[in-house]
Write a protein that binds this ligand. Structure first.
Ligand SMILES: *[C@@H]1O[C@H](CO)[C@@H](O)[C@H](O)[C@H]1NC(C)=O
Ligand SMILES: *[C@@H]1O[C@H](CO)[C@@H](O)[C@H](O)[C@H]1NC(C)=O
Ligand SMILES: *[C@@H]1O[C@H](CO)[C@@H](O)[C@H](O)[C@H]1NC(C)=O
Ligand SMILES: *[C@@H]1O[C@H](CO)[C@@H](O)[C@H](O)[C@H]1NC(C)=O
Ligand SMILES: *[C@@H]1O[C@H](CO)[C@@H](O)[C@H](O)[C@H]1NC(C)=O
Ligand SMILES: *[C@@H]1O[C@H](CO)[C@@H](O)[C@H](O)[C@H]1NC(C)=O
Ligand SMILES: *[C@@H]1O[C@H](CO)[C@@H](O)[C@H](O)[C@H]1NC(C)=O
Ligand SMILES: *[C@@H]1O[C@H](CO)[C@@H](O)[C@H](O)[C@H]1NC(C)=O
Ligand SMILES: *[C@@H]1O[C@H](CO)[C@@H](O)[C@H](O)[C@H]1NC(C)=O
Ligand SMILES: *[C@@H]1O[C@H](CO)[C@@H](O)[C@H](O)[C@H]1NC(C)=O
Length: 330
């Protein structure tokens, strides 16, 4: 009885186990397929919201796996989308919220197209995102505060759009950010001092917006900064002295604001790597620092339409200087 029981039990449980294993296998496979399926659906939804006169997305169809679609790159281990690169493809339309489902995305490049409407907050779900280039489109509305969840962002390029509203404080949490480009939009309000916390920043470009208030002194904390372009805004007050202390700085643009005050006399020594100084169209006063003649990498000095006084230093030592504008300086 016992034996017979065992005899019947073992084969039964064996086949049961087999069934369970087989079941488990197919469940696991379907989970894996399911994840693939999320990406495939998201890409198709992305495509569905886009007018594509050149037909570059018509090749996104089921005759091949989405990892083989043009402009799509997948990871090697898991077949999930890591890069979406459809820049300069004459695309127009809106970016589908489904973009937020491509949870393995590290890079998104949609620059030089004609996308409009708001930047979907669903980008905030892309926690692996390192590079987001949406520049040169027609995005409008505010920069979604949800972008602050993309804490791995290295490059945020939203220039040449129609973005408006304030630059949100939340961006202060993008602690790895190296490049912040917001030029040619209609952004306004103050640049908050917390920008000084983004210690990896190398490039800041916010030319041609409506930013106002004073230039935060905390920018001087950015010890890796090479490019600082604040031109064509409504900044007032003086240029914080701390900025002339960023020895890595190569390009400094603050032209066409309402800045006043003078320049430190040792400017040419504290900015040894400076290549471009663009400060035209402000209310700057005082002498043009003599030490500028020691900044041997200078290529462009544009300081016209100010109230500088005194002698113009000799730039005869600077071989690369090819553009020097100081007209209408008194
Ligand atoms: C589907 O994509 C393939 C290339 O992957 C292309 O050759 C084919 O023409 C496409 N089909 C349609 C209907 O666009
Ligand atoms: C976008 O356009 C600019 C200017 O024409 C160009 O330098 C850049 O390479 C373009 N980007 C892409 C992804 O094609
Ligand atoms: C993908 O994203 C959309 C919109 O954010 C959502 O409605 C949908 O449920 C998500 N999931 C899948 C599996 O598509
Ligand atoms: C924007 O994109 C268009 C079309 O690709 C291109 O011709 C133009 O040079 C780009 N402008 C900028 C500022 O990148
Ligand atoms: C904003 O980002 C958070 C964090 O990733 C996410 O939970 C939320 O769904 C996002 N909002 C939208 C509208 O996708
Ligand atoms: C700045 O604001 C003024 C006045 O509201 C407006 O006329 C101008 O177009 C704005 N400039 C930008 C770059 O948005
Ligand atoms: C960020 O910067 C602000 C102002 O400069 C400062 O008060 C704050 O403590 C900083 N926060 C972090 C997390 O470093
Ligand atoms: C400039 O840098 C020096 C040395 O790094 C520091 O002692 C000084 O406080 C800084 N000055 C300003 C105005 O940031
Ligand atoms: C230069 O100073 C004069 C006299 O103080 C003033 O009238 C003029 O507006 C100033 N110009 C600039 C560009 O600040
Ligand atoms: C700065 O330039 C002046 C004038 O050319 C020169 O006399 C002086 O030695 C230079 N100083 C340094 C520290 O290079």
């Amino acid at each position: 009885m016992d034996l017979a029981y065992r005899y019947h039990l073992f084969p039964m449980s064996f086949s049961c186990l087999t069934t369970i294993i087989l079941l488990l296998g197919s469940v696991l496979a379907s989970v894996k397929d399911g994840q693939d399926e999320i990406d495939r659906l998201a890409l198709l939804e992305f495509k569905a919201r886009i007018a594509d006169p050149s037909g570059v997305l018509s090749l996104w169809n089921d005759s091949s796996h989405f990892c083989d679609w043009y402009g799509v790159t997948c990871g090697r281990k898991h077949r999930r989308v890591t890069i979406l690169d459809r820049g300069s493809k004459k695309l127009s339309g809106v970016v589908s919220p489904h973009i937020g489902n491509l949870s393995f995305l590290r890079g998104v490049n949609l620059e030089n197209n004609s996308f409009h409407a708001k930047i979907p907050p669903h980008f905030g779900r892309l926690l692996r995102l390192q590079k987001l280039s949406l520049n040169n489109n027609s995005f409008s509305g505010q920069i979604p505060s949800n972008l602050s969840y993309c804490s791995n962002l290295l490059v945020l390029d939203l220039g040449f759009n129609m973005l408006e509203g304030n630059l949100l404080m939340e961006l202060g949490s993008l602690s790895k950010l190296q490049v912040l480009k917001l030029q040619f939009n209609s952004l306004m309000g103050n640049i908050l001092p917390s920008i000084g916390n983004l210690s990896s920043l190398q490039k800041i470009g916010i030319t041609w917006n409506n930013f106002s208030g004073t230039i935060p002194e905390t920018l001087g904390q950015l010890r890796n900064l090479k490019i600082l372009y604040l031109s064509i805004n409504k900044f007032t007050g003086t240029i914080p002295i701390s900025i002339f202390n960023i020895s890595t700085l190569a390009w400094l643009g603050v032209g066409e604001n309402q800045l006043e005050g003078g320049l430190p006399s040792d400017l040419g020594f504290t900015l040894p790597n400076i290549e471009i100084i663009s400060m035209g169209h402000n209310h700057l006063t005082g002498p043009i620092p003599e030490s500028l003649s020691n900044a041997s990498n200078l290529e462009v000095i544009q300081i016209d339409q100010n109230n500088f006084t005194g002698k113009v230093p000799s730039f005869s030592k600077i071989r690369g200087l090819f553009w020097f504008i100081l007209a209408k300086t008194t």
